[in-house]
Design a protein around this ligand. Structure first.
Ligand code: MN
Length: 406
C-alpha cells in the first residue's frame, strides 16, 4: 500500500501582507500530479491546513477543490487532522459533504468517525482516536490525534504542577493515549498514526507558531505509538525524521512552501511511504518545485541596489533587500526600486555606523556625553545628528554641568 504524507499547507498565509494563494494553488496542482503518478492509495494530511482560525474564503475554496481532486471522487481516502493553526470546529464543518468524496476531517482529539461507506471504501471500525479502513482488500488502522492542545487534554494537568512535571505529564498522557490505542494495531493490519504535535529534539525554522510556552507541550519520541509502521506528523516546517524515534518510522513532512526567509536553505517535500506486511516500510522523499523562491539581496549601497533591481527584475521571486547605507533612503529611491523589481517584500537599510558601534562597544563611563548622545541618536534614527543639533545638545549638557557645581 502506498501512502502520501503531507502537512502544514497554511492556506491563506501571506508574506508581509502579500498573498501566496497562487503558489499554494500550484503546490496543490503538483500534489494531484504526484498522487496520480505514484499511484497513491491513501493520503494523510497532518494539520495546519489553514493559517488562521478564520481563513479567507478563497483559501477554503482552494482546499475543497483540491481535496476533491486528490480523492479522485472518493476512490482514495484522505485523512485530515487539525493543527494548532486550525479552528477544529470550522475545519470539520463541511464533513457531511466531504464524506461523500472520501475525505475524513478530524478536528479534536476525541473526534470519532462514523462507521460506514465513504466514497468507494469502507470504514469498518472506529472510536475515539482511531479508525479502521477496508481498502482494496487490505485493512488499515489509523490512530488519529488532532492537535492536542493543553485545553483539550486539561483534565490531566493540574495547575500546581511544576513546569518540568507538566512537560512529563503532558508527554506521558500522550504516551498513554497512544499506548492504549496501539491495541488496535494488529499483526494483520497496516498500522499508521497521524498527529500534530512537537516532538522533543525537532528542528524548528521560525515560521511555526509555538504550540507551547516553555516547552510544556513537548512530547518524548518514545511516547509515539510503538507498533505503527509509519507515524505522520505535522507542525515543523522542515521535513525531517523524528530524532530518537528508534525502530518506528516517524516523520515531519514539513510545509510545501517557504513560509519565511529562514526557510530558503533546504528543499520542500512530501513523503511517499510504502507499507507491505512482512516487509520493511519504505519512505521516499519527493521534492516539490519551488514555485516562487524567496531571496535576500545584500547590497553595498543604494546605487548597487538600484542596479540589481534593474538587472534582475524579471524572475518570479520574492525579494528582501538589505542595503548598506549611511543615510536614509528617499521615497523616490524606494519607489524606483519597487518599480524596477516587482515583489520586493521588504527594504531594510543597514547602517554601517551601527555595525561598527556594536563591534567597538566602549565602557560608557569613559565616553564623553556628546559621544553617547551621538551614538544614541544614530541608533534611534539611523542617521548622524546635524551640527546644529550637536551644538544645541552640548550647550544644554554644559549648562547642566554648571548648575551641578553651584
Ligand atoms: Mn504549521
Amino acid at each position: 500500500m502506498k501512502i502520501l504524507h503531507t502537512s502544514d499547507w497554511h492556506l491563506g498565509k501571506t508574506l508581509e501582507g502579500n498573498s501566496r494563494l497562487a503558489e499554494q494553488e500550484r503546490f496543490l496542482e503538483e500534489l494531484v500530479t504526484i498522487v496520480n503518478e505514484k499511484e497513491i492509495d491513501l493520503i494523510l494530511v497532518a494539520g495546519d491546513i489553514y493559517d488562521t482560525s478564520n481563513p479567507p474564503a478563497q483559501a477554503e475554496r482552494l482546499f475543497y477543490d483540491s481535496v476533491k481532486k486528490l480523492s479522485a471522487n472518493g476512490q482514495r481516502p484522505i485523512i485530515i487532522v487539525a493543527g494548532n493553526h486550525d479552528n477544529p470546529d470550522r475545519l470539520v464543518a463541511a464533513s457531511p459533504l466531504a464524506y461523500e468524496h472520501g475525505v475524513v476531517l478530524l478536528g479534536k482529539p476525541k473526534s470519532i468517525v462514523e462507521i460506514g461507506k465513504y466514497g468507494t471504501f469502507e470504514i469498518v471500525d472506529s472510536g475515539e482516536g482511531f479508525l479502521e479502513i477496508d481498502l482494496k482488500g487490505e485493512r488499515v488502522v489509523i490512530l488519529t490525534l488532532p492537535y492536542p492542545s493543553e485545553q483539550r487534554l486539561n483534565e490531566l494537568l493540574s495547575e500546581e504542577l511544576a513546569e518540568d512535571a507538566r512537560r512529563k505529564s503532558y508527554s506521558a498522557r500522550i504516551g498513554e493515549i497512544f499506548s492504549n490505542l496501539s491495541e488496535k494495531h494488529r499483526e494483520d493490519t497496516i498500522n499508521l498514526a497521524i498527529s500534530h504535535l512537537f516532538v522533543m529534539g525537532g528542528e524548528e525554522v521560525g515560521s511555526e507558531r509555538p504550540i507551547q510556552l516553555g516547552g510544556s507541550l513537548t512530547v518524548d519520541a518514545n511516547h509515539l505509538p510503538q507498533r505503527a509502521h509509519y507515524v505522520a506528523l505535522g507542525h515543523l516546517h522542515k521535513p525531517q525524521k523524528v530524532v530518537g524515534s528508534g525502530k518506528i518510522k516517524a516523520y515531519y513532512s514539513g510545509s510545501p512552501i517557504e513560509y519565511s526567509k529562514k526557510e530558503v536553505h533546504y528543499s520542500k517535500s512530501v513523503y511517499v511511504v510504502e507499507v507491505n506486511l512482512g516487509l520493511d516500510t519504505k519512505v521516499e522523499e519527493v521534492y516539490l518545485k519551488n514555485y516562487k523562491p524567496i531571496e535576500v539581496w545584500k547590497c553595498k549601497g543604494i546605487k548597487e541596489a538600484l542596479i540589481r533591481c534593474e538587472e534582475d527584475g524579471e524572475r518570479d521571486i520574492w525579494v528582501y533587500l538589505e542595503i548598506q547605507t549611511d543615510r536614509v533612503m528617499t521615497q523616490s529611491e524606494i519607489k524606483e526600486m519597487k518599480k524596477l523589481r516587482p515583489h520586493i517584500v521588504e527594504i531594510k537599510p543597514v547602517f554601517q555606523e551601527m555595525d561598527r558601534e556594536e563591534e567597538e562597544l566602549e565602557d560608557m563611563t569613559t565616553m564623553r556625553i556628546e559621544d553617547l548622545f551621538k551614538d544614541y541618536y544614530i541608533y534611534k534614527n539611523g542617521v548622524h545628528p546635524t551640527e546644529e543639533l550637536m551644538d544645541l545638545f552640548s550647550e544644554i549638557a554644559q549648562g547642566e554641568g554648571d548648575e551641578d557645581e553651584t
